[in-house]
Write a protein that binds this ligand. Sequence first.
Ligand code: ZN
Ligand code: ZN
Length: 216
Amino acid sequence: MIDLHTHSLFSDGELAPAELVRRFEVAGYKALAITDHGDQSNIDLIIPRLVAFCEQINRRQGIRVIPGIELTHVPPEFIPALVSKSREIGARLVVVHGETIVEPVAPKTNRTAIESSVDILAHPGLITEEEVLLAKKRSVYLELTSRKGHSLTNGHVAQLAHKVGVPLILNSDTHAPGDIWPVARLHEIVVGAGLTKDDYHTMLKNAESIVERCLS
Ligand SMILES: [Zn+2]
Ligand SMILES: [Zn+2]
């Protein structure tokens, strides 16, 4: 399994990157992206450190680790420039913290993230069909999540993504050891959102192709 949305103590996660990686490895995961919360104030602190960490850890056998960022609560007008800046300074995976219904995320965040061609739009809440169509056109993956609260709209996201044919990805948004979902039970989240076990396998393949792209 692969998880492309996790947090270390570079933002509000509980674990240092090395322990986060170790715990995912022991849980049976093959690849992991560390995507700490970033905005205008801190991406230059977080990204280069994660890049250096990943460069070293990926020299050994075992789980592959991708340096990423989750642009979080950034006012939409600043998102495009921050996506570019994140890539420039080494982020291999850019996630935007979408319009989850459990936080006051600014309206137009989903749309602006998609228009900026981010890699993954996380927990996009009550995303519209028009935005889902745009995500398909821009090759932006939409996220289903095991995270409490954010997962309340998984069914809505799954249904629209299925209808439009936009690829989905399954992530945990891990902040603490207890958030690491057992590999053997991951399909339950997908089936619980109204999709099938086949859809779950397709989502795994989607994650594999992102990992390949990020590490090439
Ligand atoms: Zn967080
Ligand atoms: Zn997150």
